[in-house]
Each structure stands twice: as structure tokens, then as C-alpha cells.
Design a binder for this molecule. Structure first.
Ligand code: SF4
Length: 235
């Protein structure tokens, strides 16, 4: 799906309870809790220029895999913007994935880019559930609004419903006319925090929950003409 991944930051201020990327603490040598630190890779744009010159062939770049590229500190450092400028300016296709409407700041770059697509992660349509699992991330409404603007400006959009949380059924209504496609996934529990694990355990038949709800959601989205892929299989 992707040839490369680019992470301008280590750590993530959003600190979602289910985040699989918390294993990055090991590499960052950080003792703080996940969500309480963000390391800024100040020389990322310079390294990226070197890398793009070295590679013979352009490939799709996932921005980002283990952090949100639109951290609150991105407003100050602009690393994601500079990296996107380098990639898109050199004809490298990008898949941006974020929870933040700050991505709209870079609409100019995304509109001119060849093969760019932007995904907003939305795990539920219920703000109460969102606050429980993603207390520091942007509100659902802001993410949906960002999708609307991107699509109306001609940027290819998708929604990443991962992990699928209770209340996700309401997303069919919210995503109508705002996305080109949807991906649905469950979560990797190994790196989730205690809050998430507790709730996962309470969903006694969680594998069954994911399979049933994921398939129902997929059918509903497809009935609306939105292509949808469920990435997980039953366990
Ligand atoms: S926004 Fe993404 S990378 Fe950041 S804490 Fe949440 S799940 Fe992890």
C-alpha cells in the first residue's frame, strides 16, 4: 500500500488510550506517559531532501505511521508542511493520515500534488465515546468538517475507522458525500493502555463485536455508494 513512511515527530500529544505507537517510547528513551511528550525532528526536511535525491524511483509516502503529523506543535515548527512541500514538489504521491483539521492549512500543497489523498481518523460518531478514548484529540465534528473542505477542494479523501469503537454506526450519516472510501480496522491490544484494555475486556466477545459491527458498518456504507474495506479478520 505504501512504499515509505514519514514521521516528523516522535511521540504524540493526542495520547489516545488505544494507541499502538506507544512502543516508540522505547526508541525515544522517554519515561513519561504516552501523550506527555513530543520530540521534534528538526532536521527531517534536510534528511528528506537527501533521501528523495538518493532514491531512483518515487513511491507513495504515508504521513505518518507512528505519530500524528498535525500535532499541536506543528503550528510552530511546520515540519510536516516542509516535508509535504518537498515530496509533492518532486512528484512523490502522499497519503496523509491525521485526526486534526490543521491539515487544512496545507490545502494549497495537497491540491497541487499528484496522487495526494488525505484520511481523517474517526473511530465513533459519539462525542462521549471519543472523549473517553481520545480525550486530547480534535472533536469529531472538526474532523468531519475537514473532510468536507478537502473533498470540496478536489482532494481525494478517506476515513480511517480504526479502532472501531461503540457508536461508529452513526458515521454512515456523517461521512456521506465527504469521502472517496473508508477503511475499518480493530486495534492491536499489545500496546493499548489500561483504560482501553479494561473496556476491551468488558466487551466480553470483543472479536465478535468487531466482526459483527465492522461488517454491518461496511454494508451500510456500501449501500450509500461508499467503497469500504474491513482490514481485520476474525480471530
Ligand atoms: S493520534 Fe494517532 S499516533 Fe497520536 S496518540 Fe492517537 S492513535 Fe496514537
Amino acid at each position: 500500500m505504501f512504499d515509505y513512511t514519514l514521521n516528523p515527530y516522535t511521540g504524540c500529544a493526542y495520547g489516545c488510550t488505544y494507541c499502538y505507537a506507544r512502543f516508540m517510547k522505547r526508541f525515544a528513551g522517554r519515561k513519561e506517559r504516552w501523550g506527555e511528550f513530543v520530540d521534534v525532528k528538526l532536521n527531517a526536511p534536510e534528511l528528506l531532501v537527501r533521501e528523495t535525491e538518493r532514491k531512483r524511483r518515487a513511491g507513495r509516502v504515508w504521513v505518518s505511521g507512528v505519530c500524528d503529523p498535525y500535532q499541536p506543535v506543528e503550528r510552530r515548527y511546520g515540519l510536516t508542511r516542509r516535508c509535504l512541500d518537498i515530496l509533492t514538489g518532486n512528484g512523490w504521491p502522499v497519503t496523509v493520515q491525521t485526526k486534526s483539521p490543521l491539515v487544512l492549512r496545507d490545502l494549497d500543497l495537497l491540491k497541487r500534488a499528484r496522487g495526494a489523498e488525505v484520511g481523517l481518523t474517526v473511530t465513533t460518531a459519539d462525542e462521549g465515546v471519543r472523549v473517553l478514548f481520545e480525550p486530547k484529540a480534535p472533536r469529531i465534528e472538526e474532523r468531519i468538517c475537514a473532510l468536507s473542505v478537502l473533498r470540496s477542494e478536489g482532494v481525494r479523501t478517506f476515513a480511517m475507522i480504526a479502532p472501531l469503537l461503540p457508536g461508529a454506526g452513526g458515521l454512515v450519516e456523517l461521512l456521506r458525500g465527504r469521502v472517496d472510501y473508508v477503511l475499518i480496522d480493530r486495534m492491536n491490544y499489545h500496546h493499548a493502555d489500561r483504560v482501553y484494555r479494561k473496556y476491551a475486556l468488558e466487551w466480553a466477545a470483543e472479536a465478535e463485536f468487531f466482526m459483527r459491527t465492522g461488517r454491518e458498518l461496511q454494508s451500510s456504507l456500501e449501500r450509500e455508494g461508499i467503497p469500504c474495506e474491513v482490514l481485520f479478520r476474525g480471530s
